[in-house]
Design a protein around this ligand. Structure first.
Ligand code: THU
Length: 139
C-alpha cells in the first residue's frame, strides 16, 4: 500500500481546526494511515484538570483501535501555536511514541508536517530506539 504523503499532510493540517486547546492554544492535528488504507484523524483535546488531556496522535490511534484496526503504516502530525503564520516540525511526545510502539513496526513512518509541501520523515525505531513493547511481555 503506497503512502500518499500529500493527502496525509493536508488532513493533519486541517485537523488542527478541530483541536480543543483553551489552555495551551497549541493546535495539533494527526492523520493515521492503517495497513488496509484507511485514514483515522485526530486532534489534541485538553482538559481543565490538565492531565486528562489527550494528544492528536493518541486520539487518532484510539479511534482506530476502538474500531478494530490495529495495523498501521504512517502518521502525519502538524502542530504549532493556534495563530502561527508558519509551523515548525512538531515531534510526537514520549507517551504517543509509546502508544505507537504498541501497534507499529520499526519502519512505521512519522511524518512531521510544516506545510502541505514541507515534511520531515522519521521511522518509529529512530524516534524510540530500544523500545519496550509487546514482544517484551508476549515474546
Ligand atoms: N501535543 C500533541 O497533541 N501532540 C504532540 O505531538 C505534541 C503535543 C499537544 C498536547 C497539548 O495539548 C499541546 O499539544 C501542548 O503540549
Amino acid at each position: 500500500m503506497d503512502i500518499n504523503i500529500e493527502e496525509l499532510a493536508k488532513i493533519a493540517l486541517e485537523m488542527r481546526n478541530m483541536s480543543y486547546t483553551p489552555y495551551t492554544k497549541f493546535n495539533v492535528g494527526a492523520a493515521l494511515l492503517s495497513r488496509d488504507g484507511q485514514i483515522y484523524t485526530g486532534c489534541n483535546i485538553e482538559n481543565a484538570a490538565l492531565t486528562p488531556s489527550n494528544c492528536a496522535e493518541r486520539t487518532a490511534f484510539f479511534k482506530a483501535v476502538s474500531e478494530g484496526v490495529k495495523e498501521f503504516t504512517a502518521i502525519a502530525v502538524a502542530g504549532g501555536p493556534r495563530d502561527a503564520k508558519e509551523l515548525g516540525f512538531c515531534t510526537p511526545c514520549g507517551v504517543c511514541r509509546q502508544v505507537m510502539s504498541e501497534f507499529c513496526r520499526d519502519d512505521f513512518k512519522i511524518i512531521m508536517v510544516k506545510s502541505e509541501t514541507e515534511y520531515r520523515i522519521v521511522t518509529l525505531s529512530e524516534c524510540l530506539p530500544d523500545r519496550f513493547g509487546p514482544k517484551d511481555l508476549l515474546g
